[in-house]
Design a binder for this molecule. Structure first.
Ligand code: S3P
Length: 447
């Protein structure tokens, strides 16, 4: 455990550049490892989660090498040629690595054992086991609470796998991606029907690597995504844009600390990820986009964030998938806003790295915020800009990086500060978070 108290900050000033997008980094390593020949990746997130994906692809035969800061070279084995790993795949805290790799392996004639930390070992894997079993893979999972299927688990891939048409029962980009990745080595066409759109990085990148992928959008917005199997992927140069989910902590920090003005460079603004920006603007947040451009096939801009008086709002549940990882820090913004913020439709938050509704209700409550926990969301009564009281004991982060970072942001807007029980999980997604926050508080950013 590595506790730390985050204390009331003066104005945040300066420019920062957040690290590469976690979702895109995982996919860049996986697809490069499946292409035939050498791919180069720039701006890769070097957090523990992505390093777990890199190690797994190495264990299955790809050459994956770091050549500089954020710069990686990957020599791929080709679709269909993944090798059997001689060791268990250590997934650490990473649900994305686990679920996407289960998809990849499901259509290869190999077996794999997946293990993870205490947080990952409680998370539901049935949501990928179900479609991948329909494709022919078989699984032995561990029994979790309430009968769910969890890690450690053993997976035996099928060759040939069977193409399916699968309608997602939950809005999950991980489940969608697992099925599409399994489809890469499956004869025929594998189709995922997505009633509620989720992040589309897999679709964009599969096309970028030369897979035949089709997306049809029906009148009601349902997306029908088909990939042709026995694909041949061509190596690429990939540039990973900055992670909007990491930028989120600084957006909120800049908005709630009086006198702040910061620039966050190179933030990915793919519409399937940018929900928080529009919600914060609806709350009165001053967030300006400059230098809009495209990086690695994704829309990107620099964000200028200025301190603002926020007001509480009702957050449209339809926006949830486009900001699913940003709710912990949105709750912090709500705690400092004028009036009441109501969120609902957030059942999925209960099965993230922690139960994020319970964890944030308890942590913000301990810091003096007025929070009501409901089955599918939180209702937060804001302080009207007055700093929170702060905590008299360390709050529990439950091995969840986003709870730790959200409560660090609450700490810099609190009289007594907020103590966090363990800052180590922050390195799963954002190893430079603390020096960046400290740098801005001292009036110097860290581009
Ligand atoms: C991710 C999808 C989301 C998100 C996770 C990363 C991805 O999970 O919470 O941090 O890279 O596909 P779900 O798809 O399960 O909602």
């Amino acid at each position: 455990m590595q506790p730390r108290r985050f204390t009331l900050s003066g104005p945040l000033r300066g420019r920062i550049r957040v690290p590469g997008d976690k979702s895109i980094s995982h996919r860049a390593i996986m697809l490069s490892a499946l292409a035939v020949g050498e791919s180069r990746i720039q701006g890769l997130l070097e957090g523990e989660d992505v390093l777990a994906t890199a190690a797994a692809m190495r264990a299955m035969g790809a050459q994956v090498e770091r050549t500089g800061e954020g710069e990686w070279r990957v020599d791929g084995v080709g679709v269909g040629s993944l090798l059997q790993s001689q060791v268990a795949l250590e997934m650490g805290n990473s649900g994305t690595s686990t679920r996407l790799l289960m998809g990849l392996i499901a259509s290869h004639p190999i077996t794999a054992t997946f293990v993870g930390d205490a947080s990952l070992s409680k998370r539901p894997m049935g949501r990928v086991i179900e479609p991948l079993s329909l494709m022919g893979a078989s699984f032995e999972a561990s029994p979790g609470a309430k009968g769910i299927q969890t890690l450690p688990l053993m997976l035996r891939g099928a060759l040939p796998a069977v193409p399916i048409r699968y309608t997602l029962p939950v809005a999950s980009a991980q489940v969608k991606s697992a099925v599409l990745l399994a489809g890469l080595n499956t004869p025929g066409i594998t189709t995922v029907v997505e009633p509620v759109p989720t992040r589309d990085h897999s679709e964009r990148m599969l096309r970028g690597f030369g897979a035949e992928l089709d997306v049809e959008i029906e009148a009601d917005g349902t997306r029908v995504i088909s990939v042709r199997g026995e694909a041949e992927l061509k190596p690429q140069n990939v540039t990973v844009p900055g992670d909007p989910s990491s930028a989120a902590f600084f957006m909120v920090a800049g908005l709630i600390v009086p006198g702040s003005e910061i620039v966050i460079e190179n933030v990915g603004l793919n519409p399937t990820r940018a929900g928080l920006v529009s919600v914060l603007r609806d709350m009165g947040g001053d967030i300006e986009e400059t230098n809009a451009r495209e990086v690695g096939g994704e829309p990107v801009a620099d964000l200028v964030v200025r301190h603002s008086s926020l007001r509480g709002i009702e957050v449209d549940p339809a926006l949830a998938p486009s900001m699913i990882d940003e709710f912990p820090v949105l709750f912090v913004a709500a705690a400092l806003a004028e009036g009441r913020t109501v969120t609902r439709g957030l059942d999925e938050l209960r099965v993230k790295e922690s139960d994020r509704l319970a964890a944030m209700a308890t942590a913000l409550g301990a810091a003096g915020a007025r929070v009501e926990e409901r089955a599918d969301g939180l209702v937060v009564e804001g302080s009207g800009g007055e700093p929170l009281r702060g905590t008299d004991h360390a709050i529990a982060t439950h091995l969840d990086h986003r709870i730790a970072m959200a409560m660090a942001v609450a700490g810099i807007a609190s009289h007594a500060g907020v103590e966090i029980d363990d800052t180590r999980p922050i390195s799963t997604s954002f190893p430079t978070f603390e020096p960046m926050l400290d740098g801005l508080a001292q009036g110097r950013g860290a581009p």
